[in-house]
Unconditional design. Structure first.
Length: 549
């Protein structure tokens, strides 16, 4: 079999013979063009090798010897080169391309491969594997490190841990950092997903599971009951109450109306009764309180109440039922929106009415941080209530609560989903109708609150969630609930563009000195308080300090 070097020798001999009568004729040196080249991953460049031929005392001449030399790359993980001099960029770095020929000097050129970090680019990986594929930790608070390994078609591997986008399917169970470090928050199992995007926008993905074996589920730090007050007839008129629980570390709300840990009770059952599912019925004239009481696994208790007024009048022509149309919406990408309509059925003409933007209709999301819903409980003209926006993956319960002019109340529930469907194995984009987290920039901002000054004993700063749940942020030793105090540094997560009002109540033993520069006071600052300020969360995280002396 004729090898490359034998063929090269024959062709070189042919070159020599063309200069008959001249001695000392040979390829003396080699030159490569271009001498340097910058590429991004998957780009190519054709190198040309030129042989300089000597003729004794005569002037030299040159000949294209690209296909006669031996080509090599010093670092094939950065770039490879074919036998014909075609180089292909693989991953970020620098490599030396060498062209050599037996009996002649060699020549070199340099390739520098660049690529964007933090979201993909400079890699030839064809598949992605997360190590370990399954991991368990004993208790909340413990961590587990995941590593993303990319594998090229030639079998070469590279660590892509810092270049992929990491997500956790259930942040109530565990959250994962941009470096692949998962932190357990509550008992359960979550899917850890890594997505790597190449420079040509093709993607590869890998998944693993993290199980938190012990501990308890995410504790509830606050309960809210909707509606807060109801008027009923003693003729047996009913109203449905809804309870939402606020998780401690995430500030997310979930519908706990029917949860086993929630107990519904009536202070005076002879006036109004309540079922285990929060359905209230008028019994006799008077007023009473309905309580929703949540017991955490650590025996701490959170509760909320609704005021019930029952009259002896006959049941008014009520709002008979409320329906959300459609019953479910699924969107295909982050920041996509869906419009729900609230349709009420009444006992009098007109029997069917659109209550979407009615002043008496309130819209609630079980996950307001991830899937906030517009509401119009204030009756703003030309409002756009019932619109939900996806700021993450998963599913939320969307609740519409409608109060008619006669005081009757009805609720309805729908679902809003942004499911994460991974790309096809062959590298194609995700199937239609999937919520692909690699498509857009940051969607949520973290607000950090801390205390400044000399007071470390009784200062307090509070803030509501993006949808109005009070005291989701409760920072400082001045907060006391269930035997616990607020931390010295607290965080809250809000959709990008949210306006947050921070408040410090009147301080008996402290003089308030003001806010840090980025939080605008809503009124002149007084030493005794109360004081508040407003901050708009832009495209980056923010921190606010409250100064106490």
């Amino acid at each position: 079999m004729l090898n490359r070097f034998s063929l090269g020798s024959i062709l070189i001999a042919g070159l020599v013979l063309t200069f008959t009568g001249c001695s000392n004729t040979q390829v003396g040196t080699i030159q490569i063009s271009p001498s340097t080249q910058a590429l991004t991953a998957d780009q190519t460049v054709q190198f040309i090798a030129t042989g300089v031929i000597g003729h004794g005392a005569h002037p030299t001449s040159s000949q294209d010897v690209t296909n006669l030399v031996t080509w090599s790359s010093s670092t094939t993980d950065v770039a490879t080169v074919s036998s014909s001099g075609l180089a292909t960029a693989v991953s970020a770095g620098t490599t030396t391309i060498t062209a050599s020929m037996a009996g002649s000097a060699s020549a070199t050129a340099t390739i520098t491969v660049t690529g964007a970090s933090g979201g993909g680019g400079s890699s030839a990986a064809a598949s992605l594997t997360i190590i370990p594929g399954a991991q368990s930790v004993a208790m909340p608070g413990q961590t587990s490190q995941f590593i993303a390994i990319g594998t090229a078609t030639n079998g070469a591997t590279e660590d892509l841990t810092s270049l992929v986008s990491w997500t956790s399917s259930s942040e109530q169970v565990a959250k994962i950092s941009s470096a692949g470090l998962a932190t357990a928050f509550g008992q359960g199992t979550t899917t850890i997903t890594a997505i790597f995007t190449h420079a040509n926008n093709s993607v590869i993905t890998g998944t693993a599971t993290l199980t938190v074996m012990g501990g308890t589920s995410e504790p509830v730090v606050a309960i809210s009951v909707y509606p807060g007050s109801v008027s009923l007839s003693a003729s047996g008129q009913t109203a449905q109450l809804v309870a939402l629980g606020t998780s401690g570390s995430t500030g997310l709300n979930r519908d706990v109306t029917n949860a086993a840990q929630l107990k519904w009770t009536s202070a005076v059952p002879t006036i109004a009764s309540v079922t285990a599912n929060g359905l209230v019925a008028g019994v006799s004239a008077g007023t009473t309180t309905i309580m929703a009481e949540w017991t955490n696994p650590d025996t701490t208790v959170e509760s909320a109440t609704a005021d019930i007024t029952v009259s002896l009048t006959s049941a008014p022509e009520p709002l008979l039922s409320l329906t959300i149309i459609p019953g479910a919406i699924t969107v295909g990408d982050l920041q996509d929106t869906g419009q729900f309509l609230a349709i009420g059925t009444f006992a009098t003409v007109p029997y069917v009415r659109d209550l979407t933007n009615a002043p008496g209709t309130t819209w609630i999301s079980s996950f307001p941080d991830t899937f906030p819903v517009n509401t119009n409980s204030g009756g703003t003209p030309s409002a756009s209530a019932g619109i939900v926006t996806a700021y993450g993956t998963g599913t939320a319960a969307i609740i519409a609560e409608a109060t008619s002019p006669d005081g009757t109340i009805q609720t309805a529930t729908a679902t809003f989903s942004c499911p994460l469907v991974l790309p096809n194995p062959n590298g194609n984009p995700p199937t239609p109708g999937s919520c692909w987290t690699g498509q857009v920039g940051p969607l949520k901002a973290t607000l950090t609150v801390f205390g400044e000054g000399l007071n470390t004993t009784d200062w307090l700063v509070t803030a509501s969630s993006a949808t109005g749940t009070p005291d989701v942020i409760h920072c400082g030793p001045g907060w006391a609930a269930n035997g616990q105090t607020g931390g010295s540094v607290c965080v809250g997560i809000y959709p990008i563009g949210s306006t947050v009002i921070l408040t410090t109540p009147a301080q008996a033993g402290a003089a308030f000195g003001g806010w840090t520069f980025n939080c605008t006071p809503t009124a002149p600052i007084t030493a005794a308080g109360p004081n508040s300020c407003r901050i708009v969360l832009g495209t980056t995280n923010a921190s606010v300090g409250a100064i106490f002396n």
